[in-house]
Each structure stands twice: as C-alpha cells, then as structure tokens.
Design a protein around this ligand. Sequence first.
Ligand code: TRP
Length: 328
Amino acid sequence: MTRVLSCIQPTGDVHLGNYLGALRNWVAGQHEKDVYHGIVDLHALTVTTQPNVVGEATLSLAAMLFAIGLDPNVATIFVQSHVPEHSQLGWVMECTVSFGELSRMTQFKEKSARREADFVSAGLFTYPALQAADIVLYDADEVPVGDDQRQHIEITRDIAIRFNSRFGDTFVVPAAVTPTAGARVMDLQAPTSKMSKSSDTDSGCVYMLDDPKAIEKKFKRAVTDSEAVVAYDLKEKPGVSNLLDILSAASGTPVATLADQYSQYGPLKSDAASAVISMLEPIQARYHELMDDQAELARLLAVGADRAREQASATLSRAYRAIGLLSN
Ligand code: TRP
C-alpha cells in the first residue's frame, strides 16, 4: 500500500481554511492509503524562545486532529519529539546535504530576511535536513504538499539519492504529490487572500474553536460588494464567492445550486455561519472532551509514537548499517 507522510507544525490555532482546505481530506485519506501524520514540534523550535509554548500547542493540535476524525487505529498520528530517530537521522541528513544547497532554499532566504532584527537560529538554516529525515524515516512514497514546500521535497530527494549512491540503496526516494483539492477558503475581510492566522486582525479568520457568537459576527461582517446580486464569480465577486464556497463545503450542497437559492447577502451570510457552526459543533465537543481527559490524549499519542518508532528505528538502523558505523 502506498505510504504517505504529511506533517504539520504546532504553531497557531487551526482555522477553517486549514480544515476545509486540507485537514478534512486527511480524514478521508486515512482509509485509502497508509498514512503517517507527524506533529513536528522540533521544527517549531527553530522560532521558539519561550518556555511551555510548544508543548501546549502540540497537545491542542493533537486533540484537534483526533476531534476531526483521524483515527489512531487507522492513521499513525505522532509527535516528532516522541520519536528520537528524527533528531538522530536529522544529523545524518545534515551531513548529506551541502551548505550551498541549504543556502539556496527560498524559504530560508525569506524567513531569515523577515527576521532581520530577530534571532536567526542555525536550525532555521538546517531545517530541510530535519524535514528530509521526517520523510525518509517512514519510507514514504508520497508527500502531499503545497507549492511552498515543493523545494523541501526536492532537496529531500536529492539527499536520499546522494545517500543511496554513497552508501548503497537505503532510502525510498519520495515524490511530492498535489494534495486532494479541498475548498478554497479566503479571508472574510480580504477575500482575495487566503484565510490565514497571520492577517492583521482575526475578524476575517474563523478558528475551529470559535464560539457560535463569534462565528456569526465574523460572517455578518464579511466583506462582499455593492452589487446585491448573489453569483459565483471569483474575479468580480470574491467575497460572495467565498461565502458560497464555504457554505457549499460546510453543507455539501454544490455552489451552483446555492447561487440560485439566494438573492440577498444577509441570508447567505447567516446560513453560511449556521452551516459552519453545526459542522464545528461535534468537533468542538470532542476536542474539549479530549482536552479534559489528558490521560486519554496521552494514550492516543502513545499508540502513534509506538507505531512510528517501530518504523523509524528500523530505518535508522538500516542507515547506520549502510554507513558502517560501529555497532554497539
Ligand atoms: N516544513 C513543513 C511546513 O512548514 C512542515 C514539515 C516538516 C513537513 N516536516 C515535514 C511537511 C515532512 C511534510 C513532510 O509546512
């Protein structure tokens, strides 16, 4: 069966764009392929300077992944730092990639430039080596990624190929694949930009844990246009189209049907809000249940860590053996 790996950093709260655009497909995908999902807390360390932040965010993200329906008995859901082989193979990967290759990574150049006055950790620079370890440890055939991560998969392939040619065939060379298309969810206040937590204010971003009142308010204030015609037209009517896309994704009704059903923005907004509220209700309930039962959450994560370690330790041994490190 095809082995798929995708990872997510525990930074910031999960929002509707993450869910409808990607995470919801993880849930459907768990039954189609052999999927591994890592919460990559060690990657978050590249920009962490405060204590107790990453662990909290990791726990919350884990609860959310289970709450949306990822089943720990079907998919392997694990926390990166619970599987020490990531750090161990990460070093091997650092020694298999060149300074020049890492220097050419667009994401490093952008991130380090953006942090100009801030601390730029060496980890930010070597980040792709750790990511390569994440991937090859699981013999992943496929890594579903957006365009921003393509270069990281390319460098992973280069590293795996180089290692295999130096030390003998050891790693599966992964392929970047385009994730199953989810809904495109735009910022409610700036409907030509993707919904994201980095917007200046939160008013255009609906978080998975927002309460019904907050969700209603955000939809009520959503930016539309002055035409007063409900139609799906991404170019001319991005705000209205976004509301239709969200309502469609939350209710399962096709966009074209919805566009015919509404003639005014008010009812469209309030129905989109209601559909999102009912979609999120059971997810929020399960999330809070898990957050209130940390022993159960820890148990679920241990199931994933055990399965992940079994695979990861076998791959690490294979790599050490291929290099010919003295065994103990
Ligand atoms: N770099 C990825 C991101 O920022 C996160 C990530 C870390 C990842 N390791 C991975 C993604 C392995 C896919 C596979 O989104």
